[in-house]
Write a protein that binds this ligand. Structure first.
Ligand code: CIR
Length: 275
């Protein structure tokens, strides 16, 4: 005999609260990814076939976190277009189409906007416009507060516009000056419940002093870019200290190999929009 357990309204709410994200957008890597932008920090050309396999595993990991995944087709016109995090910032209240600071990536916004519009009504669609530039990799959401990295890709005017938009929706925002890394989330990531992974230039920053920080060992710096998805944390494969630290925080973990995206300075967060 099957006994169906009834859950109370309070329990239902708790489950919903844990399930903060319902949707994810990703884009398949294109063959032209081998010509994507790279700092050369992690040398080598990406192996396209392997990148596709890793992307498949990434999608499976996301699905295992209870989200619906919208998979956009590869776009050969834009080598870096699988890094969908950069052309948009999606919040619970509004969608902000950005204006990427890398000239070869600026027009990635056109097709991302099309996809995003299927989830948000017209009056909640916002835009960062020239001379402002901003890339989603520079945006870290911590509850209702957003940290924004001022970087080579995100400028002062972009941050000004972004802060003004957020304010209209009741969110707050503060700037973090970047000295070394590509994007803010290259080096620091929020894992909810006050947990934060910090590396390199972010370890001592006053901005993050109220968080429970795990300081990433230098040799595992790339793994500062983990993602929290509904109480599971996806960790890049091959970083045992970070994996262990995240487990100790109490999270379920899934590891995904991102070696081919790393060669283009891309990590787990860059490959999806979670909302
Ligand atoms: C770029 O340089 O734009 C890409 N090769 C990597 C983008 C990584 N995105 C991210 O950190 N959000």
């Amino acid at each position: 005999m099957h006994v169906r357990l009834k859950i109370t309204k309070t329990e239902e709410k708790a489950v919903e609260a844990m399930k903060k994200f319902s949707n994810v957008i990703v884009r398949r890597p294109c063959r032209a990814m081998v010509e994507g932008i790279t700092s050369g920090l992690y040398p080598g050309k990406p192996d396209y076939e392997l990148a596709l396999k890793q992307h498949d595993a990434y999608i499976e990991a996301l699905k295992a976190c209870g989200v619906q995944v919208m998979v956009l087709p590869a776009d050969e016109a834009f080598p870096d277009s699988c890094f969908v995090e950069d052309p948009a910032v999606l919040t619970a209240k509004c969608a902000i189409i950005t204006n990427p600071g890398a000239p070869s990536r600026t027009k990635e916004t056109v097709s991302i906007e099309e996809a995003v519009r299927t989830f948000y009504p017209e009056e909640r669609m916002e835009h960062i416009v020239t001379p402002g530039t901003l890339e989603g990799g520079d945006v870290m959401m911590c509850g209702d507060h957003f940290f924004v990295g001022r970087s080579e890709r995100t400028n002062e005017e972009g941050i000004r516009q972004f802060a003004a938009i957020l304010e209209r929706y009741g969110y707050t925002c503060s700037e973090v000056k970047l000295e070394e890394v590509l994007h803010l989330k290259t080096g620091v990531n929020y894992l909810e419940n006050n947990h934060m992974l910090v590396s390199g230039e972010f370890i001592e920053k006053e901005d993050f002093k109220t968080y429970d920080k795990y300081v990433i060992p230098e040799e595992e710096a790339y793994a500062a870019n983990c993602i929290w998805v509904n109480d599971t944390v996806i960790v890049p494969e091959g970083y045992p200290a970070v994996l262990n630290a995240v487990k100790t925080m109490g999270y379920r973990t899934i590891t995904v190999d991102t070696s081919e995206f790393r060669k283009l300075d891309g990590g787990l967060s860059c490959l999806s929009l979670r909302f």
